[in-house]
Design a protein around this ligand. Structure first.
Ligand code: ZN
Length: 129
């Protein structure tokens, strides 16, 4: 089963999409398999990280800004190369095991949609098989 979701984003932020992915897994009826969460954008990504302390997301965003600041040497005409670099760093998908109809995630893990060049209306896909 393939399900498409829409998300409205701010300029730059992480969005915990775990509940939406869980709902897609439940809807699929798949008991044992895998779930792929995919982001079809070049300045946004998908990652798994801590779901408990929101300061972790803050610190990841801060760290990415320090690692990939805007540079005048960048050539890309859109002027958003920093967002492209951050998106590639996070990656465009995650794969999670589905066991007994549930996502196999660690207690402190959440699945995040990562926006680096918003605000925009974005999509992500969840494939369960
Ligand atoms: Zn661009």
């Amino acid at each position: 089963m393939l399900k498409k979701f829409t998300i409205e984003t701010e300029k730059e932020n992480f969005y915990n999409i775990t509940a939406r992915v869980r709902s897609a897994v439940a809807e699929s009826g798949v008991e044992n398999g895998i779930c792929v969460v995919f982001c079809p954008h070049t300045t946004a990504g998908i990652t798994i990280n801590e779901n408990a302390d929101p300061d972790v997301v803050h610190d990841i965003l801060y760290g990415l800004d320090k690692a990939f600041p805007d540079r005048r040497e960048f050539r890309h005409f859109e002027g958003n190369s920093s967002a492209h670099l951050k998106a590639s760093c996070m990656g465009s998908s995650v794969t999670v095991i589905v066991e007994k109809g549930k996502l196999v995630l660690g207690t402190w893990q959440g699945i995040y949609f990562c926006e680096f060049d918003g605000p925009r209306t974005r999509n992500f896909y969840v494939k369960v098989m």
